[in-house]
Design a protein. Structure first.
Length: 368
């Protein structure tokens, strides 16, 4: 791909202005690590290549062949939102040489049985958790999103779409505001109405980057189109029997917004598996966590023990029992994921050590 030219405003006198248009936060550019190095941001991730933006043009880029091996962890691969150093290659392509440190990252365990971590988006300021006020409405799923966002370093904002079709929008708003807790941000709107969508402007100003997450058919692409003011993202109708849609977005893409912010659209997520590092207690369960230290006995299992503060709160209606059960499930899943991650890291370290030992033995005794 030959670079697609971008015509900056000629009145700009800030040399960082082109980079700020694609989300650069820093007050200066770090020294280039090698001659002819170019700083750019990953805006689209394809199977074997990336589209990157340097503030002026869009280019094709690839990683070194060693970084494309299947055993390379997602954490060290480029992801949408990453800032990268590149070197010139051939045919107007660039080679990604290094990632700049991430100030935030949204991740989950990838769907399936592999147990690999997957980076959803990097260097983001806000996560817009999108949920439709139809059959897609699921507070338990939103609790999971809040858990993974709590570990990301970004701010969660819950966006309930299809409010124009819902009879119980206020009830749903109240339920999710209780989940989000004090200081949480929850909005119900019609994603096709640009005036209503404007309520999200505080998180989408110049230099800001937000990522959209949610199920297929939740309204992420419709919301993106309203923010852009044009029909750029393809949308599909949802099935009436279960309110689910087909994947209209099939890859992650960073898009520049007219007001100077950036938004990352993502495919719908069927599974939200925890990585083991989520601060579950600090997301939407701070009230339950506060009660855990108030029980009469330090090792209280919150069953039939006398003086249990949690059971007392459930009995007098301060805590919903189903919500408490959901909290326990998330904590147990988080702890199990933590053990799996530790085992995965140990096996990876063992492979590296065995490979190094094999190389030393080969040097000493020769290959057989």
């Amino acid at each position: 791909m030959r670079g697609r030219a971008y015509n900056p405003d000629m009145t700009d006198i800030d040399p960082l202005s082109p980079l700020r248009r694609i989300g650069w936060h820093e007050t200066a550019i770090p020294p280039p690590p090698f001659a002819d190095a170019k700083l750019a941001r990953v805006i689209v991730q394809h199977r074997n290549a990336f589209e990157v933006h340097d503030g002026g043009s869009v280019w094709w880029a690839r990683t070194k062949s060693s970084a494309r091996r299947r055993d390379v962890e997602d954490a060290v691969r480029p992801s949408v939102g990453d800032w990268v150093w590149m070197s010139p290659a051939i045919n107007d392509e660039w080679q990604i040489e290094a990632l700049l440190p991430r100030h935030s990252q949204l991740r989950r365990v990838a769907a399936g049985e592999s147990g690999r971590e997957q980076i959803i988006a990097a260097n983001i300021d806000t996560v817009l958790i999108v949920c439709g006020l139809d059959g897609d409405f699921n507070p338990k799923r939103i609790e999971r999103y809040l858990a993974i966002v709590g570990e990301s370093g970004a701010t969660p904002v819950i966006v309930l779409t299809k409010a124009d079709r819902a009879d119980d929008a206020e009830h749903c708003l109240g339920e999710l505001r209780r989940l989000a807790g004090d200081g949480g941000h929850v909005f119900a709107l019609n994603a096709k109405d640009r005036e209503q969508v404007a309520v999200l402007s505080p998180w989408l100003g110049p230099g800001a980057t937000a990522v959209l997450v949610g199920s297929s058919g939740a309204g992420k692409s419709t919301l993106t189109n309203s923010l852009l003011g044009v029909e750029k993202m393809r949308t599909n109708a949802v099935r009436e029997n279960d309110s689910r849609g087909r994947h209209t977005t099939t890859f992650r893409a960073l898009i520049q917004l007219p007001d100077g912010g950036c938004i990352i659209d993502t495919p719908g997520m069927r599974e939200i598996k925890l990585t083991g590092e989520e601060p579950v207690e600090e997301t939407s369960f701070t009230d339950i966590e506060d009660l855990l230290g108030q029980c009469r006995f330090r090792d209280c299992a919150h069953g039939r023990e006398p003086g249990c503060a949690v059971r007392a709160a459930i009995a007098d209606g301060r805590i919903d029992e189903r919500r408490y059960e959901g909290y326990l499930k998330l904590v147990q899943e988080r702890d199990a994921a933590r053990l799996r991650a530790a085992d995965h890291a140990k096996r990876a370290a063992d492979r590296v050590a065995n490979k190094a030992l094999g190389a030393r033995l080969a040097d000493k005794y020769g290959k057989r």
